[in-house]
Design a protein around this ligand. Structure first.
Ligand SMILES: O=P(O)(O)OC[C@H]1O[C@H](OP(=O)(O)OP(=O)(O)O)[C@H](O)[C@@H]1O
Ligand SMILES: O=c1cc[nH]c(=O)[nH]1
Length: 200
């Protein structure tokens, strides 16, 4: 059942376009998002054969604070500091010639990946093209024996045969809808919203 929107982000005006507040549905509030992150961290711990060989790589933009949050939860559960890095997939996008802004690569690897289990972390998976690009980027930095994928929201509509190993929430959506994730570190507060109608 759709919940009434909260005031996260208050995206009534988004650049030059307008989104009616009635078109915003709250999917996860801050507490629910925190609990989801804690469950994801538990699943990573439970299914990991060796936490010592784990590396978390957050995909820019919101995969980065999400990876930090997962690492914090793993530390609370297991008193182990899992190395966390970040992956900028900008130059590996298959639509690179169509995007105007090209940021410099912000990839930061915390360690050599050759004997590590890498968990790629992103906030949303949709077409799967970001993850395809992330796998290409990763290929330039080594050949980890195992790469897994963790996402907060799987909204469906895959265009490539890519599926996450760890999922916070499966959220069936229509193509024209948009999932917006808010994470502290980048946003004012945590939460997930579904924008059910395009901005006009
Ligand atoms: O599965 P896909 O169709 O690739 O969509 C998922 C990607 O879309 C969003 O990123 P976006 O490209 O909006 O960039 P951002 O993270 O910098 O906001 C989201 O953070 C995922 O990385
Ligand atoms: O709805 C979507 C689709 C792709 N990426 C997002 O962050 N949200």
């Amino acid at each position: 059942m759709a919940k009434p929107r909260s005031n996260i982000g208050l995206n009534s005006v988004d650049g030059a376009s307008v989104v009616n507040m009635s078109d915003i549905v709250e999917i996860l509030n801050p507490d629910e998002l925190r609990r989801t992150v804690r469950r994801l961290a538990s699943e990573v711990v439970e299914r990991s054969s060796s936490l010592d060989s784990l590396v978390l790589l957050g995909i820019h933009t919101r995969g980065v604070p999400l990876a930090d949050a997962i690492a914090t939860q793993i530390e609370q559960l297991e008193q182990i500091q899992v190395p966390v890095g970040s992956l900028d997939i900008t130059f590996y996008r298959d639509d690179l010639n169509q995007i105007a802004v090209r940021t410099p690569a912000r990839t930061k690897l915390p360690t050599d990946l050759s004997d590590k289990t890498v968990i790629l972390i992103d906030d949303v998976i949709y077409s799967g093209r970001t993850i395809r690009a992330a796998l290409n980027a990763l290929n330039d930095y080594g050949r980890p024996p195992l790469v897994q994928l963790l996402v907060l929201i799987d909204r469906g509509h895959r265009e490539l045969p890519i599926h996450p190993d760890f999922v916070g929430k499966v959220l069936p959506t229509a193509r024209g809808e948009q999932v917006k994730v808010f994470l502290r570190g980048i946003d004012e507060q945590d939460g997930v919203q579904l924008v059910t109608r395009s901005a006009t």
